[in-house]
Design a protein around this ligand. Structure first.
Ligand code: BES
Ligand code: MN
Ligand code: ZN
Length: 496
């Protein structure tokens, strides 16, 4: 990973490839943000003139490059827009956009506002997340290489929280990067076994306890949902359990992630244009793995258990059929009317199983429905729950982590649409509307009695099909990792 350093304004060597500064929008036009004064001096106080001349306004998302012509040791100044006023997310996005524009450079100093440790954390996190590239399958693409060294220049005392903030940023970015890499991996190279192996490796390295159920153990254990979804593929399914426990933990949180390594729809086959991004259908399981990795490093006073419900959803002579009935772990039966509503089937097994850890809270994360995209667009996670306080707590955690999320209801009247003529419940509804909520209502049936539960539908946010923006690249985004880490920390701090 990129080398990340902290330096004070005085000690910062500017013998580098580029310096990043912030530009805000003033009444009269662009103005320099805190941190840029030294660079302005090198420009004889005419940096704003140079920026205005290049058309910079300081609006968020804007990146303006100014050559220094030897005024500074660094040949290039990159000015990132911060708008009229900026918060942590603005700083993350500005740092991310600036670093993205510098792909291929060697060493970069970031002089965005970083007077407090919160600002240091935001700038460092945004810079690291923006400095992402997935190059595993490229040959000779030097210009897309990430920056190798990032120096965050701060006015904060080095012995204040600034160093801890930097370490935290590194931990979070490494976890998000892991998930992006897993999501971006072609599904031929990330089948269920490979994802479970990756989880085992990450878990072992992080000191987590790891348990992997293979296809035989899943059949013997009665995990009918995961087995049913996985039976059409030559690549058999897995269930992974990861656990982190602080010695002084008083609460247990369980995370449950959807890990469909490829969702063709099964016999209810998807059309081609809906299938080409279905390698992202393990984004929920990825987020659980990434969160556990970060939590192990951050060591909050809580117990966290993570389940990854992993299968490949394929059509074949052994695939489950529309109208087959599955028995979920714990005994409830489901009539599979549409094999493309597979996520809720694997999640049902894992939700019931998570009850055995006697959690105080279950949070599940799934790329569950196209309806999430219809309701909330590509970037905003839908959060549903069986308890309004828990829902608001998780929405709040997403907000403080800088992830876009919105509370959604679980209307009781949607349950009757899931009535089955033959089994306890059907996996799709006769009701056309509110598909994200219907999926949530289905999952709710499998939440252990008396356990508080929240459900995150990240169908859109987990994968960016559009252009990169801020610190978000094309492809896998690592959505929900930061939210889950924040939930664990909030619970450790007494949020439940
Ligand atoms: N993995 C998809 C949901 C999805 C859609 C994720 C678009 C990311 C982007 C899920 O398994 C699925 O196919 N859901 C169906 C459910 C329907 C059959 C009730 C859907 O949303 O169309
Ligand atoms: Mn599907
Ligand atoms: Zn799916």
């Amino acid at each position: 990973m990129t080398n990340l350093r902290l330096a004070s304004a005085e000690s910062a060597s500017l013998d580098i490839d580029a310096v990043v500064i912030g530009v805000v929008t003033d009444d009269s036009g662009p103005a320099l943000a805190p941190g840029a004064a030294g660079v302005d001096e090198a420009f004889q106080g005419r940096l704003v003139d140079a920026l205005s001349g290049l058309g910079a306004t300081g609006k968020p998302g804007e990146v303006t490059k100014v050559p220094t012509f030897g005024n500074l040791a660094a040949p290039l100044v990159v000015a990132a827009g911060l708008g009229e006023s900026y918060d942590a997310e603005t700083l993350r996005r500005a740092a991310g956009a600036a670093l993205r524009s510098l792909a291929g450079s060697g060493s970069v100093a970031v002089l965005l506002p970083a007077a407090t440790s919160d600002e240091v954390a935001a700038v460092a996190t945004g810079a690291l997340l923006g400095n992402y590239a997935y190059l595993n399958y490229r040959t000779g693409d030097g210009d897309k290489r990430p920056v190798s060294e990032i120096t965050v220049v701060t006015e904060a005392e080095a012995d204040s929280g600034a160093r801890a903030a930097l370490d935290r940023a590194r931990t979070i970015a490494e976890a998000v990067t892991l998930v992006r890499d897993l999501v971006n991996t072609p599904p031929s190279d990330l089948n269920p076994e490979a994802l479970a192996d990756a989880a085992r490796q990450v878990g072992d390295e992080a000191g987590l306890s790891v348990e992997v159920l293979d296809e035989k153990a899943l059949v013997e254990g009665g995990y009918g949902g995961i087995v049913g979804v996985g039976q059409g593929s030559v690549n058999p399914p897995r269930l992974v359990r990861l656990a982190y426990e602080h010695p002084e933990a008083t609460k247990t949180v369980a995370f449950v992630g959807k890990g469909i390594t490829f969702d063709s729809g099964g016999l209810s086959l998807k059309p081609s244009e809906a299938m080409d991004w279905m390698k992202s259908d393990m984004g929920g399981a990825g987020a659980v793995l990434g969160a556990l990795k970060a939590i192990a490093a951050l060591a909050p006073k809580v117990k966290v258990v993570g389940y990854l419900a992993i299968a490949e959803n394929m059509p074949s002579g052994t695939a489950q059929r529309p109208s087959d009935v599955l028995t979920i772990y714990g005994g409830k039966t489901v009539e599979v009317l549409n094999t493309d509503a597979e996520g809720r089937l694997v999640m049902a097994d894992a939700l019931v199983r998570a009850g055995e850890d006697e959690p105080d809270l279950i949070v599940d994360i799934a790329t569950l429905t196209g309806a999430q995209l219809v309701a909330l667009g590509t970037r905003t996670t839908g959060i549903m729950a069986n308890d309004d306080d828990v829902r608001d707590m998780v929405v709040g955690a997403a907000g403080s982590a800088g992830e876009s999320a919105w509370p959604m209801p679980l209307p009781e009247e949607l349950r009757k649409g899931l009535d089955s003529a033959v089994a306890d419940i059907a996996n799709i509804s006769g009701e056309r509307w509110g598909g994200m909520l219907v999926a949530g209502i289905f999952l709710k049936e499998f939440v252990p009695d008396g356990v508080r539960w929240a459900h995150l539908d990240i169908a859109g946010p987990s994968f960016n099909q559009g252009q990169p923006y801020g610190y978000t690249p094309k492809g896998g985004t690592g959505a929900a990792v930061r939210t889950l880490v924040q939930v664990a920390e909030d619970v450790a701090a007494g949020a439940l």
